[in-house]
Design a binder for this molecule. Sequence first.
Ligand SMILES: [Zn+2]
Length: 497
Amino acid sequence: MKPGKDVVWPKRLLKIDVSGDVLKVVLVGPSDTSQEYIALSHCWGTSKDGQQTTSTVPPKTNTTDLENYKSAGISESSLTKTFRDALDITRKLGVEYIWIDSLCIVQDDEEDWRIESRKMGSIYGNAYLVIAATLAKDGDHGLYCERAQRRIEFQTSAGEQVKAAVFLKAHHDIWKKGEQFWDVQDLPLFDRAWAFQERLLARRVVHYTPTELVWECSCSIDCECGDLQNPNTSWAEFKPGKNLKTKYSDVLVDSNMARLKFWHDICAQYSARQLTFPSDRRPALSSVARRIDFPGMGGAYLAGIWRDSLPHGQFWWSEFTNPKLYPLGAKTHRRDKSHKIPTWSWLSIGGRVSTWGISQACLIVVEILNVHYIPAMDGDDYGPCGEGIITLRSPGAPIEVAESKLPDGPSNKEVQLVGNQNSYDFYADENPFEHPAQNLKDSQLLAFLFGYSPSHSQVFILKLVPGTSKRYERLGIANLCPHEWFAGQTARVIELV
Ligand SMILES: [Zn+2]
């Protein structure tokens, strides 16, 4: 069952030694790492707005700890409950080694992090099993939980009075809500971007959920109550025993077109996940992209978009119109420019997005003239982004942003031609929209034509980068603009950054 010789091993593993009642965990180096091991997928303990919660920071290995952790080991008492439970499960499964990111990667060594984070695909993919702390919002929670039970008392036919505890049947409503309806309140791990990748890359995963254990591997999914295998109770989107993970495994041996289409699911699923560090938005998906890539699959991998899926891949929109998932006024979609992801990429937004994928939803007018994309690090085409400029040609019309006539409607802003009061829904990338009104008034805004449907025009809403003549950043999209906006407008060439 061990992986072949050509696998890339993690640089370090934790070896679990037990002598008597004493458990010792030692960090072991390269010579010992070609061993069967279990990997842990867990939440680091961060709240939705990215702030670290108190007392839940996972134990970490820093440069100064390294030698001590290799020789004396890490004391059990310094580990969180989630880590201790993971060690316990590993031992019970008869495995001696476990990989835990915060302890096996030196956290204050950027070079170590860069090298090891690029191996994530192999680290999770080669693990004998991934233990997913799906129910634990932080390290204090642990993996084991009390099963719902009811105390009963009854009399046997022999007249004996019996007291008993009945464990209620496991059920997976929580799992279903999490996977299908994005309701991840009880499954915090589903909310984390790194865990999304870890789950897809793993050969097999056991999820610890509040109500039952759920099993996932490349070809099937099952749970204690059996509903995930039941044709009468499984959901419509997938066949019994199938889900996003099995679909990912299937497309890896399927056609390039199937892979490209699947990327649409990835956008929707991955974009909804939270990150502790916004700069991880591209790295935390890089191993999934690297594995799905194939010669001729979709051209170069840009920032979350394949070259050959342009221009379709550029027409994405932020989803924050479901008030149950995204309460009015909540900060749900932020664009953090510090990590250099171009505004034309859905990865520039922290928040759930949707795309058309590669389907032909309208008559596309915009032309791609040039794509200039440079990764931040030489040779790491899937890692952090350095620079991305797409040169486009299409008609454009000067516009201004207006307040929505329906403040609770699907879009909170509208756009209108300069000097014309007829306004149309504008779907901003950010929620809340953080461009001050005065700043917008002082800026040159452009409705740049993407394509035509029979009754409307689909446009990008762009803002001129100050000090430039044709370089624009994206603010959002509008899909109900009238064709007349572009009648008589000649095509212009712009650079989208
Ligand atoms: Zn179940």
